[in-house]
Design a protein around this ligand. Structure first.
Ligand code: F6R
Length: 366
């Protein structure tokens, strides 16, 4: 049932190339320059004319929502707010009838996300669901939606659900961008072609597993770990930290790299591993200066870089290379080594990877 892997989590990490293909199969035709998604096509006016998109979700799904904020704003020029469902529902939020609420949930059963959807519907908003479990409560409660088609995710720590959520949200943003004319036809096609290349590139990253394992061995006894990223990769830093906390019980924090100097830099000493996502697009030079700041305080640096990188390699204790892609798709690649890192550390520490203490696969309590 684990397909030859020791844990569901590892199986699900390795399923990501095929899961992402399943997400876009039948929806995207790169050569024709077409994306077909019934839930979007049937409501295109409502979605494209949204004055604002409010994303509601929890945990890893909330991180996928944060990535989508960059994608929707960048490509479709629609302002986005990303909310923890639990905060949104309890604070008398301002919701207009021309707002679109996107609810993201792997299980489709998360109680807080469900309550946020009900509230948004009461206020007249259009609610679009991005769920993995077909026929789940949230998929039934929303006005329209798109499934991630990732297949069952058994490991409590979410992996393939995250990358397929980003894939679906990218497709939606591209579709709205095309409809609104905020992206040129050639850019649109280019994005689709690049997305089609992602599964093979993830397979290349998965080949770095042994290298990641070595890094895991070096840092497995660290009591704390910091994750930094900027732009599209800031939410990936949050997700990397969450994965480590959940399954290895090591305290970890994710931060936007530039925020480090406003506080967390005080934590850095020779005991502190810092995972820095420093791909070659999107403020690369700034991230390199952040790395220098860590280095000069004796922090240990694990860089996630683009193939062929030189500057980070000189400064870092370890680097993991990921293939080149367009900036908006980098999270689909940079997430992979972070999943593997937390997996190996948890296994080396003898933790129950698939069923971490205190956690449940779907949180149906409020
Ligand atoms: C993280 C994790 C949780 C879930 C969160 C939302 O690995 O599993 O943080 O992401 O409970 O769950 P869904 O997406 O089912 O609403």
């Amino acid at each position: 049932e684990k397909g030859g892997y020791d844990h569901f989590m590892m199986k699900e990490i390795y399923e990501q190339p095929s899961a992402i293909m399943d997400t876009y199969r039948g929806r995207m035709l790169p050569n024709e320059g077409i994306i077909r998604m019934a839930g979007v096509d049937d409501n295109i006016e409502r979605l494209a004319n949204a004055k604002r998109i409010i994303v509601v979700a929890c945990g890893t799904s909330w991180h996928a929502g944060l990535v989508s904020e960059y994608i929707f704003e960048d490509l479709a020029r629609i302002p986005v707010e990303v909310e923890y469902a639990s905060e949104f529902r309890y604070r008398n939020p301002v919701i207009y009838e021309n707002d679109v609420v996107i609810a993201i949930s792997q299980s489709g059963e998360t109680a807080d996300t469900m309550a946020a959807i009900k509230l948004a519907k009461e206020k007249g908003a259009f609610v679009f669901g991005v769920c993995n479990v077909v026929g789940s409560s949230i998929s039934r409660e929303t006005h329209a939606g798109a499934y991630t088609h990732a297949g069952p995710e058994i490991g409590v720590a979410s992996t393939k659900a995250f990358t397929t959520q980003i894939t679906v949200l990218t497709l939606i943003a591209l579709k709205l961008a095309k409809y609104k004319g905020t992206i040129s036809d050639s850019e649109f096609r280019f994005h689709l072609q690049e997305l089609e290349r992602i599964p093979a590139k993830i397979s290349q990253v998965l080949e770095k597993n042994e290298q990641v394992k070595e890094i895991a061995f070096t840092y497995k006894d660290a009591p704390n770990c910091l994750y930094l990223g900027r732009g599209y990769n800031f939410p990936v830093a949050l997700e990397g930290a969450l994965k480590l906390k959940e399954i290895s019980y090591i305290h970890a924090e994710g931060y936007p790299a530039a925020e480090m100097k406003h506080g967390p830099i005080a934590l850095i000493d020779e005991q502190m591993p810092v995972v820095v996502i420093a791909t070659n697009k999107g403020h690369y030079d700034k991230v390199v200066s952040n790395i220098q700041e860590i280095k000069s305080r004796s922090g240990k640096i694990i860089g996630i870089v683009t193939e062929g990188d030189e500057a980070v390699k000189e400064l870092a204790d370890y680097v993991i290379e990921v293939p080149e892609t367009i900036e908006s798709l980098t999270p689909l690649l940079t997430t992979i080594p972070l999943q593997l890192l937390s997996y190996h550390i948890a296994v080396m520490l003898g933790k129950n990877v698939d069923q971490p203490r205190n956690l449940a696969k779907s949180v149906t309590v409020e």
